[in-house]
Write a protein that binds this ligand. Structure first.
Ligand code: FE2
Length: 420
């Protein structure tokens, strides 16, 4: 009898507690291209089903005893059917670990997460970047099962931020896909800035639509990235990262080569040229890394010649060190290339001060693997010997970049170094 009375008491108590929704889909990013943004700021975004006084409480101690607080902005997203909260922490100390939680006293807090701010601009200190792409929820990844496994593998490395090659979801108009992606990726995205480009699955594909090649509105509602969310750059330590959204390049080519993103007189093209020129004039920057969805050099049907013709000359002119891409669901690595000239490699795994850009296609971190890459391309160094999922862990350590590529089983399938 006592047990029944106790249970009835618990039930009565629960009915008295308001049913506030959970803080979910937490992800970090930088929302500014300023050179010191990675060391001094952090943008935090999350979703919640109801209205609350959303804020971020943060401190350098894990108990948050000496905490600061930044109020979030809030906007309802029709596409997500949820409120999206965004807050940017400012005046942070570089190279410092911060602990934070988001929510409010009234409606409940998230668990406490932590992140580390970047070292000062020009620092030669080592840092680790996660590289992934094509996490799209299709065939064997309908609930992002494969992506979730990769997230947990990446958590085993001290990754400070990730760059994503696009095709984050299979259909960018589906709110459930975005929700599910951010659900499985939250353990990583809540401790390491998530800096993606859009892929053709994340943007409007209908050539008759006025939004052709633009991300679905939900993308802007959910993300908090520099510039207009799609084409941006940021500097971390001694490395400048440039993110290009290639739109629906294949669709443009098939439609008769009109509406190119990065057409030669376009604002995007001028921005990219100015950004690369500025980075190359900055003595604090050792490396320039460009990433995008469509690869510039790749084997097979996924290659878009017109995209290469527009972008590669700029990468050549400004001596970009490394160009990363996705789209094709295999892993491919090429010799360094400049002005269409392939630079011979003495050691298949080491590029020593290469007189060209190293090109890598980062296959798939969830979308169904495609057929084998071809090896009958003169620039090809490595292509997946069988269908596989993959992700990479890139370590930038002063004058050396080390790039380790893993499959879904966590086995290293390829590696290379670029040494200056
Ligand atoms: Fe794609």
């Amino acid at each position: 009898m006592k047990r029944i009375i106790f249970l009835l008491g618990i039930c009565a108590l629960l009915q008295c507690i308001p049913a506030f929704s959970q803080v979910r889909n937490i992800h970090l990013s930088w929302d500014s291209s300023k050179e010191d943004a990675t060391g001094k700021t952090m943008a935090i975004t999350w979703a919640k089903d109801d209205v609350s006084k959303g804020a971020v409480q943060y401190a350098t101690d894990s108990s948050l005893s000496n905490s600061h607080r930044t109020q979030a902005t809030r906007a309802y997203s029709d596409a997500m059917q949820a409120y999206i909260y965004k807050a940017t922490l400012k005046h942070l100390q570089p190279n410092t670990t911060y602990f934070y939680r988001c929510g409010s006293e009234e409606d409940g807090w998230s668990k406490i997460y932590s992140f580390q701010t970047a070292p000062p601009l020009g620092s030669q200190e080592k840092f680790v970047v996660g590289v992934w792409g094509d996490t799209q929820d299709n065939e064997f990844n309908t609930q992002f099962e494969k992506t979730e496994a990769i997230v947990h593998q990446m958590l085993e490395y001290p990754i400070q931020f990730t760059i994503h090659m696009g095709d984050i979801v299979n259909n960018g108009s589906m709110a459930t896909s975005w929700r599910n992606f951010f659900r499985v990726a939250q353990p990583l995205n809540a401790i390491a800035s998530f800096m993606p480009v859009t892929g053709n699955h994340d943007v409007v594909n209908d050539t008759a639509d006025s939004g052709f090649q633009k991300p679905f509105p939900v993308f802007h509602e959910l993300f908090n990235l520099p510039e207009k969310d799609t084409d941006y750059s940021f500097t971390y330590g001694n490395t400048h990262f440039v993110a290009l959204s290639s739109g629906h390049a294949k669709g443009v080519e098939e439609a008769g080569a009109t509406n190119w993103r990065y057409g030669k007189s376009s604002p995007e093209y001028k921005w990219l040229e100015a950004d690369l020129a500025k980075a190359r004039q900055n003595k604090a920057i050792t490396w320039v890394i460009v990433y995008m969805h469509h690869p510039l050099y790749s084997f097979g049907w996924s290659h878009v010649q017109g995209w290469q013709e527009r972008i590669a000359p700029l990468l050549d002119r400004y001596k970009v060190d490394l160009a990363l891409a996705g789209h094709r669901h295999v892993y491919e690595r090429h010799k360094a290339i400049r002005d269409n000239r392939i630079i011979a490699l003495q050691d298949d795994h080491v590029y020593r001060s290469p007189a060209g850009t190293v090109y890598v296609t980062n296959g798939t971190a969830g979308g169904s693997p495609q057929g084998l890459g071809g090896s009958d391309m003169p620039s090809m160094v490595y292509t997946s010997p069988k269908k596989m999922y993959n992700y990479a862990v890139m370590i930038v350590d002063g004058n050396t970049i080390t790039y380790d590529v893993y499959n879904l089983g966590g086995e290293r399938i390829d590696y290379f170094k670029i040494v200056k």
